[in-house]
Design a protein around this ligand. Structure first.
Ligand code: GDP
Length: 167
């Protein structure tokens, strides 16, 4: 990822899921260039040669057509889930499958973060995986990772010590 070519990662999730907090886990506190004006509710952050494009899913049906224009050349899609938000998990499910059916994303890797594992009553990765029916994703490679974006648990090398690593 640190060669000369540009890379593109799309980060999506419902509002309040923890997208911004997770983005900053990746940026490791470096100062970054942001262009908040590339579209309404769409934010782009460039870090080294990686373009992170982030937006909120759900709620703005009229913007969906515009989102697909951001999918071109996307290598990874990161879906951030608030693991305590049971009510809206089905919204994520619907949006996820709509998104993954887009031709531009047929070769993208899909990483799902089951965020906010520190909160009481959060669903674990296997429950979320079941509810989202992730095994039905055949076209893309996918992985679900539980995490706590606030502490950094679930990112980088501490992954193996996360509470449900033995599942
Ligand atoms: P976004 O709307 O998806 O960008 O969400 P933000 O990154 O702004 O996070 C929404 C709220 O959730 C903020 O108050 C964060 O501090 C909080 N938050 C994010 N990740 C976690 C987490 O892992 N645990 C807890 N307890 N709170 C979190």
């Amino acid at each position: 990822f640190f060669g000369n070519e540009e890379h593109k990662i799309v980060i999506v999730g419902l509002d309040n899921a923890g997208k911004t907090t997770i983005l900053y886990q990746f940026l490791m506190n470096e100062v970054v260039h942001t262009s908040p004006t590339i579209g309404s509710n769409v934010e782009e952050v460039v870090w080294r040669n990686i373009h992170f494009i982030m937006w909120d899913l759900g709620g703005q049906q009229s913007l969906r057509a515009a989102w697909s224009t951001y999918y071109t050349n996307t290598e990874f899609v990161i879906v951030v889930i608030d693991s305590t938000d049971r009510e809206r998990l089905m919204v994520i499910r619907e949006e996820l499958y709509k998104m993954l059916s887009n031709d531009e994303l047929s070769k993208a890797g899909v990483l799902i973060y089951a965020n906010k594992q520190d909160l009481k009553g959060s669903m674990n990765a296997s429950e979320i995986s079941r509810q989202l029916d992730l095994t039905s994703i055949k076209q893309q490679q996918w992985h679900i990772q539980s995490c706590c974006a606030l502490t950094g648990e679930g990112f980088r090398s501490n992954r193996d010590t996360s509470p449900d690593a033995s599942e």
